[in-house]
Design a binder for this molecule. Structure first.
Ligand SMILES: Cc1cc2nc3c(=O)[nH]c(=O)nc-3n(C[C@H](O)[C@H](O)[C@H](O)COP(=O)(O)O)c2cc1C
Length: 659
């Protein structure tokens, strides 16, 4: 058993005690409504406090009137004082310090289209949305800083322990710091001292108004990945300048910018753990011995402990890891790290908010913000039933463990000898390794809860009826639909297999092959592109063709940036707006591709593998026979409607809670 002594040692910031070194990094939850908190919003934060974090940085607040958007909690006037008080009380009462975040997107905008009300340092377009901001005047900058200071005081009076200024991620303050986005000629532009002035004055004002028993943290760019922006040595100068008079209590560094380097701020499974370890080491000597908070893909307690123990940093910030499991600190401290639901760095939490404006959610946590989220284990049901689940993928396993934990007698049939379903294939492809922890957790917990497994066995109707269950849950997944350009007789013959079968075979028996592998892509999700990367290790050439005008349209922007970068680096050919034309020449290694709008034909030679990744059709063969026999049957996950991991975990959890 590990006790992680360094990680769980206490420390002080601005004379306030932090019981341990674990900090919840700021993440937009979109759980607020009309400028105020909601039950779920308060519960989300309370859960992270009960779960054992020593300090929580909130999502960005409305600290000035121009920042008002409904899901941001208002702190610029007294209209939501009681919400702020409740929020502080619910977190601080768990011996967890609460810091409000000051942030402004400036010209940065994730959603499609331009932001017409954006303000900024200079009238230069945002690198992603093209938004040109209205330039803030010097008077407006000073007014804004005064508003931030007054709002900070309001937070202090409501019971908050401090504020964090988010000056990275390509947002407004970063836009002032970077010569790429700041071409002002007044005292807020030009040399480094001038570009830092907005932050210097903000920190000074907050300190004057809130005093020294109030934590002020600063998140700065460490390396923004923008040519002409802030690289490591520029970041060192900025950090040195802003910490020299020691008016802030801690510092951390975010990577990437609101540009083609956005992916850097939420490193995924293609990147090493604590991705920016070396960068933090290079910046540490320049921060004038201010408390340093490590950040970026820290998922494991042993690693977090080692960061503190070895002096690489004094605090460890966890963003996505605490979305996946708010009890991460508690379980680590109790020697139960095997029971943590680990972050798999899939970035779907970010995707749901940035692309769909939805509340924060997680592939590996179906209970985000629920009252019983921390160390979730369902109460025993008075009505115990026999439940048969067909399938052993993510949806099936979630349903199985929760139903068994409730006291039901649960029998799982899985046709594959291993659990995890299609995710077990994905986890063996590039950038998928962490995914296995989703089903590892589910399987281990299901065993603990007493689920009976029969794996490597395709259940027939008779196997189910023989058990005479009160409830049957079909979670048998879905199969890729063969594209219509393959003639009917060929479809049956298996000459063109689907991508999943191909990858399953290849993973079992990888072999070098001459010629070209071609994937026809109607799927547009990450697994298809990971397969391309994998196949590139074994084929001379790898092609992706799609009738769409882009690739990765079913992935988040931060995921897509990495996909584009890797496919290009590896020399994988991508042809959009194209479909194959079927001919017998395919057997001879030739394939004709037709432009979908002009019908123009191009010929590719040396074809040795042709496969397709397409929308999937649910596997529901057992449904009608079971219904005809009068069984209560539920469909979940892809077996209901093919979607993603998040939907699968969610539906598994929900069905187990309704039976
Ligand atoms: C869903 C999501 C929302 C985020 N929102 C914010 C934000 O509003 N302000 C901010 O400073 N950082 C934000 N971040 C960045 C995190 O604070 C953190 O820097 C990043 O996730 C890397 O840490 P991690 O690897 O521990 O998740 C967000 C990250 C995620 C995943």
């Amino acid at each position: 058993m590990h006790n992680y002594h360094a990680l769980f040692s206490s420390t002080k910031l601005a004379n306030k005690t932090l019981k341990n070194r674990i900090v919840h990094a700021s993440m937009t939850t979109r759980m607020g409504v009309n400028g105020g908190t909601t039950e779920q919003h308060l519960q989300y934060y309370k859960n992270r406090a009960i779960g054992g974090a020593g300090m929580i940085v909130t999502e960005p607040l409305s600290m000035a009137p121009h920042q008002h958007i409904p899901y941001k909690i208002v702190a610029y006037d007294n209209s939501h004082l009681s919400d702020l008080e409740k929020w502080a009380e619910s977190v601080e009462s768990e011996d967890c310090r609460l810091l409000g975040q000051i942030q402004d997107p400036g010209r940065g905008r994730h959603q499609h289209g331009r932001a017409f009300n954006a303000v900024g340092a200079s009238a230069l377009p945002d690198d992603l949305s093209g938004t040109i901001p209205r330039v803030l005047t010097t008077v407006e900058i000073r007014q804004m800083n005064t508003q931030f200071a007054n709002s900070s005081l309001r937070l202090k009076r409501c019971g908050f322990s401090g504020v964090e200024i988010s000056a990275g991620h390509g947002h407004l303050f970063h836009q002032f710091l970077s010569p790429w986005s700041n071409i002002r000629h007044d005292q807020y532009g030009g040399d480094l001292v001038n570009r830092c002035r907005i932050l210097h004055e903000m920190i000074d004002e907050i300190r004057q108004v809130c005093g020294y028993d109030f934590i002020i943290g600063l998140k700065l760019p460490g390396d923004d990945g923008v040519i002409g922006g802030i690289n490591c040595s520029a970041a060192a100068e900025i950090a040195n300048h802003l910490t020299i008079n020691k008016d802030i209590d801690y510092i951390t560094f975010a990577q990437g910018s609101h540009a083609r380097s956005l992916e850097m701020h939420v490193p995924d499974d293609h990147e090493p753990r604590f991705t920016y370890r070396d960068l933090f080491a290079q910046l540490k000597p320049f921060i004038n011995n201010i408390t340093l908070m490590a950040l970026g893909r820290i998922t494991d307690p042993a690693e977090a402990d080692a960061i503190i123990q070895s002096g690489q940093a004094d605090l460890v910030a966890l963003g996505r890891s605490l979305v996946a499991d708010p009890a991460w600190p508690l379980k680590s401290k109790q020697g139960r790290s095997a029971e943590i639901r680990y972050c798999v760095s899939c970035n779907n939490c970010w995707y749901m908010g940035a692309a769909y404006q939805q509340k924060i959610s997680c592939d590996n946590n179906p209970t985000v913000g629920k009252y019983n989220e921390v160390d979730y284990w369902p109460p025993i049901t008075p009505l115990r039933k026999k439940v048969v689940i067909v399938g052993s993928g993510i949806a099936a396993l979630e349903a199985a463990w929760v139903a068994a934990a409730k006291g039901h007698s649960v029998h799982v049939f899985g046709s594959s000898p291993v659990v995890g379903g299609k995710l077990a294939i994905r986890s063996q492809l590039p950038g998928g390794e962490s995914m296995s922890s989703i089903y590892d957790y589910q399987y281990a917990t299901a065993m603990r809860a007493g689920v009976h497994f029969k794996l490597g066995y395709s259940a027939e109707l008779i196997d189910i009826t023989a058990l005479n269950p009160q409830v049957v849950i079909l979670a048998c997944g879905a199969t890729m639909a063969p594209p219509r350009w393959i003639p009917d007789d060929i479809r049956q013959g298996g000459l063109v297999p689907d991508l999943r079968s191909v990858m399953d075979e290849f993973i079992k028996k990888p072999k070098k092959q001459v010629g070209c592998a071609m994937i026809y892509d109607l799927d547009q999700t990450e697994g298809t592109y990971a397969s391309l990367e994998y196949l590139k290790n074994y084929f001379d050439e790898v092609h992706l063709i799609t009738p769409y005008d882009c690739i990765g349209s079913e992935t988040s922007l931060v995921t897509r940036q990495g996909i584009q970068r890797r496919l290009s680096t590896r020399g994988i050919t991508i042809t959009t707006l194209t479909e194959p034309v079927w001919s017998d020449d395919i057997g001879e290694g030739y394939i004709d591709l037709k432009h979908v709008y002009t019908n123009q034909i191009t010929r590719v030679k040396n074809l040795s593998l042709l496969t397709y990744s397409t929308p999937r059709v649910p596997n529901q063969t057992l449904l009608n026979p079971l219904l005809a026999l009068g069984f209560e049957v539920h469909l979940i996950g892809d077996c209901l409607t093919p979607r993603n991991v998040m939907a699968a975990t969610q539906e598994g959890y929900e069905i187990a809670n309704t039976i």
